[in-house]
Design a protein around this ligand. Structure first.
Ligand SMILES: NC(=O)c1ccc[n+]([C@@H]2O[C@H](COP(=O)([O-])OP(=O)(O)OC[C@H]3O[C@@H](n4cnc5c(N)ncnc54)[C@H](OP(=O)(O)O)[C@@H]3O)[C@@H](O)[C@H]2O)c1
Length: 273
């Protein structure tokens, strides 16, 4: 039995889908199982109850466990879990100690390493699904407003992250691996906005704003603290005018090329119309 945390989220829902295709037995966690809307043959349990009986492997999304990870790992070990596949981040490669995203993911990775369980740390870069934050502006016919128009990124389809995670959960080749994952193209955010417009047939525009203006707006959002906002802005500024690195890992591990941003936009076109 595989326990999937964050199972209703961007990546988790696809982890469930990939595991179902592999005929795995799955228990999915949600804070509200009644509205989880997962396939009927998936057992759904409450996140705060986290039943571990019969579980051998765990898909761990750190967004679900900002606190209490040590307790989760202790309970997993006592229940007979042998493997953890963690949704980490490519930011973990950044050696700058002021990078809050790197520090958080490295702390979780270290706790898992210290637990003595088998592990895989899946380290994706920017999710294509971050573009869902633009849907309100695009639906309203307003421009997507962001700084650093020339900054490049390699957006990854959440389904490709899930495909790698599912293989790490069901086969042994990725035990002890930290695959860094990216999408197959180097794009700017204005490129991505244009592609959404082309795929959905809905005109979509990009407008560059200053980092200062962005900082002020981000600080009004829930969960956005100064250190995190500064880290996000610094990471964007550092990717100005250089091609983002494209990782071969999705294709090497899954045997199929990573999905393009246009494929992602087609899969999510309803959200932009
Ligand atoms: N976004 C990126 O570009 C990026 C890049 C690299 C790595 N990552 C990693 O990926 C993670 C996000 O993955 P994701 O997008 O798949 O997650 P997500 O969709 O934001 O969340 C997954 C699920 O977790 C549950 N959840 C959310 N907040 C929670 C909370 N405070 N307490 C308990 N449960 C909560 C929700 O399910 P229920 O409502 O059903 O409980 C949600 O559907 C990040 O935290 C980071 O570690 C992200």
């Amino acid at each position: 039995m595989i326990l999937v945390t964050g199972a209703t989220g961007n990546v988790g829902r696809h982890v469930v889908g990939e595991l179902l295709c592999a005929n795995a037995r799955i228990r999915a966690l949600s804070r509200d199982p009644a509205s989880a809307n997962l396939p009927g043959d998936v057992e759904v349990a409450r996140t705060d109850e986290m039943p571990m009986d019969g579980v051998t492997s765990l898909f761990l999304n750190p967004a679900v466990f900002w606190h209490g990870l040590g307790d989760v790992l202790d309970r997993a070990k006592s229940a007979g879990v042998t493997r953890v596949v963690m949704l980490s981040s490519a930011a973990a490669l950044d050696t700058d100690p002021s990078n809050h995203i790197a520090a958080h993911h490295l702390e979780v990775e270290r706790a898992i390493e210290d637990s003595g369980l088998e592990w895989t740390f899946v380290r994706p870069g920017e999710f294509s699904s971050n573009a869902l934050a633009w849907s309100e502006a695009i639906r309203a016919g307003e421009p997507v407003r962001e700084p650093f128009a020339a900054a490049r990124t390699t957006p990854i389809h959440e389904r490709d992250i899930a495909a790698v995670a599912a293989l790490a959960l069901t086969a042994d080749d990725l035990v002890g691996a930290k695959p860094v994952l990216s999408g197959p193209e180097s794009l700017t955010h204005p490129d991505m906005v244009r592609i959404i417009g082309e795929v959905t047939g809905r005109p979509a525009r990009f407008e560059e704003i200053t980092p200062e203006e962005t900082r002020k707006e981000m600080l009004t959002m829930p969960y956005m603290r100064e250190g995190l906002v500064d880290t996000l802005l610094r990471m964007r500024a550092e990717s100005l005018d250089r091609p983002a690195e494209i990782s071969p890992e999705v294709e090497r591990i899954t045997g199929r090329p990573g999905r393009t941003f246009a494929e992602w936009a087609a899969d999510h076109s309803d959200g932009f119309r």
